[in-house]
Design a protein around this ligand. Structure first.
Ligand SMILES: [Zn+2]
Ligand SMILES: [Zn+2]
Length: 294
């Protein structure tokens, strides 16, 4: 059964900030679901501008304080644009301005505006890199370098992407250590790029190790562990090991549906991949049923 379309608020839904309903409610796109998963864009912008969560610094603009997951979709884009607009007149190397720009890059990426995203991310990366405040090994530089590599992937500039992912992985291992989530994410992204480049064996080897480490560091049900399982399934499929890929993906998808909901981008990525894996089988069934009929 198909879940309710989350773009349409359920009857009785209200903005969790002003407690009013109406047509202008927008889905938060985090893991808050049902009637609790909506707000007015303007209400959330005012809230984000007024709250300062010192422990997480600027996270109120991109992370839901109720479920601790990032906003996605229209809500993320609206907040990213509003945050960037408020900070873009600060000094070019102001930390919040750079982070708001980085976040806008993510919104551009998610709305598939890859060329604009690449221009923005490239300028942020080099600004962090050469900044006296940050420098080449600062967390912000490493994070923006990885984001730049991700958009190069989307622009199908895979050789450049693999080179940058590898560089980030080496520097993150040194700066953060091998068990840090950011290091593990770089290993995962490098694995995915190697898969695209046809280097399936190297990809599977790296992704198996990454998934194992994420399971022990973060636990088997963490969103980021499930992303690594999706990546490994993708590479196993690239290597021609469909059965193994399908089994892994089925388990991953079940957990993602429970933890993130059916409409979360991570869940959709796994269900699309599973559908593609099953496609050859379905075509085979169709052909044999046509043969039976003749
Ligand atoms: Zn409201
Ligand atoms: Zn939430």
């Amino acid at each position: 059964m198909k879940d309710q379309d989350e773009d349409t608020p359920p009857v009785g839904a209200e903005c969790h900030i002003c407690l009013e309903g109406g047509e202008k409610l927008t889905a938060l796109g985090c893991a808050c679901r049902g009637a609790a998963g909506y707000a007015h864009v303007d209400c959330l912008i005012k809230y984000a501008a007024s709250v300062r969560d010192e422990t997480r610094k600027f996270a109120v603009w991109d992370v839901c304080l109720t479920c601790n997951k990032e906003y996605t979709g229209d809500m993320h884009q609206a907040l990213a644009c509003a945050w960037y607009e408020k900070k873009r007149f600060l000094k070019p190397d102001d930390e919040e301005r750079l982070i708001a720009s980085h976040n806008l890059g993510t919104a551009l990426y998610n709305s598939k505006k890859y060329k604009q995203c690449e221009e923005l991310r490239s300028s942020i990366y080099w600004r962090f890199y050469y900044s006296r405040v940050h420098g080449p090994d600062s967390p912000n530089t490493l994070r923006s370098g990885s984001s730049l590599a991700n958009v190069l992937d989307s622009l199908e500039r895979s050789d450049e992407a693999a080179k940058l992912h590898r560089e980030m992985l080496t520097r993150k291992r040194r700066v953060f250590g091998p068990l840090h989530i950011s290091t593990l994410n770089s290993a995962m992204n490098l694995g995915l790029t190697l898969n695209v480049l046809g280097q399936h064996e190297d990809a599977v080897k790296l992704l198996r190790k990454t998934l194992k480490t994420k399971r022990s560091v973060l636990g088997p049900k963490d969103q980021r562990t499930l992303q690594a399982a999706n990546a490994l399934a993708r590479s196993l499929n690239g290597m021609g090991r469909q059965k193994e890929a399908e089994l892994l993906l089925r388990n991953t998808l079940n957990l993602q549906k429970t933890i993130l909901g059916s409409h979360h981008p991570d869940t959709l990525s796994s269900s699309d991949l599973l559908e593609n894996l099953q496609l050859p089988e379905k075509i085979k069934d169709l052909v044999s049923s046509m043969q039976e009929q003749t």
